[in-house]
Write a protein that binds this ligand. Structure first.
Ligand SMILES: Cc1ncc(COP(=O)(O)O)c(C=O)c1O
Length: 335
């Protein structure tokens, strides 16, 4: 048996999702007339209480477009030091937008209002103007933890009072919403833009949405075209996204429960020095110093269990809709 825990991006579309894709009515989305893409964009904008949304090929693209539209070089983006936009998007902020970063050392990817306030630049020629604050929820490198709504509220109110836009990298936002039992509208009202991925826990093969005001999305659409992200009969992909949003949200609880079970299994392993708290579908743990991580990952691979490294001695497992009862039984016995 192969049990792939490298990421929740490895899911295969189910038969029902493929059926929805095959039956999609499509047009040419670059010309603006693909009805299924329009339906998906309206669905997501409405759920989050934003005026408009834009369907893009990836979460990296939605984040990078948001940064490009919100900023104007030479500006500065404030985010946590673990943020995906800073660590894993190929230096895109500098490459695409010519902005620098101010990094906060938070708690597993989350910071407080007071930490943020200390990093806002004064209006002084020595400093780049602070032009964007970016949060990530759930935090990938922080082990899938989510932000307290009360802290988001404080930070968003501060950003509004300072006239600094606030973006949310919500690649796994539904994991946070389901775990916290929070509505999309409750989350959406605090952000100027949100990036939401369909191809992670939600189980669609491709795609992310960027949400915001009509004017913001109009400008985002222009950047999407420049980056080569305009797709033609994209409705086939959008249909998978609509299916995912209508069918795969509540089931994220199963992934969260499975992750906790894996945590229990790992707790008793001698090779492990530290296990991060498990809040959603990501399990991160640190191996003891004497362990060779490559050998450890190879041993797992030889047992058919796929995992990835997240830095020195650090291993990540991610549960998703491809991990059912059989896979869990196998993992319980073989991890
Ligand atoms: C938190 C976070 N943001 C953004 C992305 C980028 O998404 P994509 O792989 O679709 O570019 C990822 C991907 O894993 C992620 O974990």
């Amino acid at each position: 048996m192969i049990v792939d825990l490298r990421s929740d991006t490895v899911t295969q579309p189910t038969a029902e999702m493929k059926e929805a894709m095959l039956n999609a009515i499509v047009g040419d989305d670059v010309l603006g007339d693909d009805p299924t893409v329009i339906q998906l964009e309206e669905l997501v904008a409405n759920r989050f209480g934003h005026e408009a949304a834009l369907f893009c090929p990836s979460g990296t693209m939605t984040n990078q477009i948001a940064i490009k539209v919100h900023t104007n070089a030479p500006g500065e983006v404030v985010c946590d030091e673990l943020a995906h936009i800073y660590r894993y998007e190929g230096g895109g902020m500098a490459f695409n937008s010519g902005v620098s970063n101010r990094l906060i050392s938070g708690d597993r990817g989350r910071f407080t209002l007071e930490q943020l306030q200390a990093e806002i630049n004064p209006d002084d020629v020595h400093f780049p103007p602070t032009q964007l604050v970016a949060l990530e929820n759930t935090c990938n490198k922080g082990g899938g933890c989510y932000w307290e709504m009360s802290e988001i509220e404080r930070i968003a109110a501060f950003c509004r009072s300072e006239n600094i836009p606030i973006h949310l990298d919500g690649a796994r936002l539904y994991n946070a919403l389901v775990a916290q039992k929070t509505s999309e509208a409750e989350m959406g009202k605090h952000f100027d833009s949100i990036s939401l991925c369909l191809s992670k826990g939600l189980g669609a093969p491709v795609g992310s949405l960027l949400t915001g005001t009509k004017d913001f999305i109009k400008r985002a659409r222009r950047i999407r075209k420049i980056l080569g992200g305009g797709m033609r009969q994209a409705g086939y992909l959008a249909a998978a996204g609509i299916y995912a949003l209508e069918n795969n949200v509540e089931r994220l609880n199963v992934d969260h429960d499975n992750a906790k079970v894996l945590g229990k299994v790992l707790e008793s392993k001698k090779a492990i020095k530290k296990l991060y708290p498990i809040d959603t579908n990501i399990v991160i743990y640190v191996l003891k110093d004497h362990m060779d991580m490559q050998d450890y990952l190879l041993d797992l691979e030889n047992k058919g269990i796929r995992a990835v490294s997240m830095g020195a001695q650090t291993v990540r497992l991610v549960t998703h809709l491809g991990i059912g009862a059989n896979e869990m039984e196998y993992l319980t016995q073989n991890l």
